[in-house]
Design a binder for this molecule. Sequence first.
Ligand SMILES: [Zn+2]
Length: 92
Amino acid sequence: MLISDIKRTCENCDGNGFKAGFEECGSIQINLKKSCPFCSGRGYNLTELGENLWKLFMPMFNDMVKDEINKKTNVLNQNIECNSKKFVSSRK
Ligand SMILES: [Zn+2]
């Protein structure tokens, strides 16, 4: 299986993700507004096979992302707890 089986370079923007004729300069916000409407600025579109794979793997990606966020949130909470204890004890 080739990557071209999954996604195709957007013909509207030639894979740039931006409308033809638009010069990519300035802030990101301006670029986002000018992003290609056909590929939402990605520069490619998923093929039917790509869509199917995406749907297949999306739940797995979601779980992975949730796990990562949970880990980071836990670390963050521990840090806050730790700092607040330090703060309280230093005031005594
Ligand atoms: Zn495009």
